[in-house]
Design a protein around this ligand. Structure first.
Ligand code: C2E
Ligand code: MG
Ligand code: MG
Ligand code: MG
Length: 274
């Protein structure tokens, strides 16, 4: 649709853009209120050992219900980053995850993995927040994994390295998320001591020969660096078997379980083998 503006200039999709901007404004305002209004929930998805299917880790994934509709974190996390809310949101998730997983009726507790935005990581008080949350909740640092997307490593090398060192000193583990989708160079990654590479689901969901070659190359890198590998987005038994045979050490995806609220997770955990 073409629209004439008052000044007579032709403007394409005028109304669409207007609605988009209004919606984004409404969401931004809504997001600022979301924590207070109890609209945010943390969901939990298991990560399993590729050979035994034992649950070794739980990834936390944030959910937001706004005006009765679920909005994807792929939409509101970038919004939170743009509007300066990511710190508050990230700290909230971390604290909720520590409190809720300690309350799960699961012993021993698997590791808990939390996604961290690069903007959050680079905040001056990030490490102080981590220390405060671990002390306040009693969550063991050795069981905390932080996921940082690979694309973040293209810049801020020195600053990221400093933060990672501080986390390592506390025995917190680092996972590189969405590996293979960013533009960071291997020499940049090599400067960091990370513990785990998460192979992006786009490679897993289409196990074509090209993607299989990328996964094999990733496995070689992981082996050289002595770190674990997690394949994300595993949806079928055949994918699970192929990935295990290729040498991927850990698997995650709807084939095992979808992300779920804490109470549902406990129920799933105790019934999964039946
Ligand atoms: P991610 O960390 O790479 O998370 C994996 C995404 O894949 C999640 O989407 C998960 O629900 C989805 N997934 C898991 N298994 C399967 C599967 O078998 N098939 C398919 N099609 N998808 C699967 P989700 O929950 O929508 O999150 C999207 C992204 O938003 C996350 O990607 C992460 O980057 C970001 N995110 C989520 N929660 C947080 C958070 O608390 N903090 C920050 N900074 N980012 C978050
Ligand atoms: Mg992740
Ligand atoms: Mg990922
Ligand atoms: Mg992702």
């Amino acid at each position: 649709q073409q629209k004439r503006t008052q000044r007579g200039a032709v403007c394409l999709y005028n109304e669409d853009i207007y609605h988009h901007v209004r919606l984004e404004e409404a969401r931004r305002a809504g997001l600022a209120e979301a924590i207070r209004n109890n609209e945010l929930t943390v969901y939990y998805q298991p990560i399993v050992d590729a050979s035994t299917y034992e649950v070794v880790c739980i990834e936390t994934l944030l959910r937001w219900r706004f005006r009765g509709k679920a909005i994807s974190p792929a939409v509101f996390i970038p919004l939170a980053e743009k509007s300066g809310l990511i710190n508050k949101l990230g700290t909230w998730v971390l604290e909720r995850a520590c409190i809720e997983t300690l309350e799960l009726d699961i012993t021993p507790l698997p590791a808990v993995s939390v996604n961290v935005s690069i903007l959050q990581l680079l905040e001056d008080d990030f490490i102080a927040h981590i220390d405060r949350i671990l002390t306040g909740t009693g969550f063991p640092a050795t069981k905390l994994h932080l996921e940082i997307t690979e694309s973040a490593f293209a810049q801020n090398r020195v600053a990221i390295r400093e933060k990672v060192e501080a986390l390592k000193a506390r025995h917190i583990q680092i996972s590189i998320d969405d590996f293979g989708t960013g533009f960071s160079s291997l020499s940049q990654l090599q400067l960091l001591s990370f513990d785990r590479i998460k192979i992006d689901k786009s490679f897993v969901m289409d196990l074509s020969s090209g993607n299989e070659a990328i996964i094999r190359a990733t496995l070689m890198i992981a082996r050289e660096f002595g770190c674990q590998t997690v394949a994300e987005g595993v949806e079928s038994v055949s994918q699970a078997q192929r990935l295990r045979n290729m040498g991927v050490t850990h698997l995650q995806g709807f084939y095992f379980a979808r992300p779920m609220p804490a109470a549902e997770f406990t129920h799933w955990f105790h019934h999964k083998d039946n």
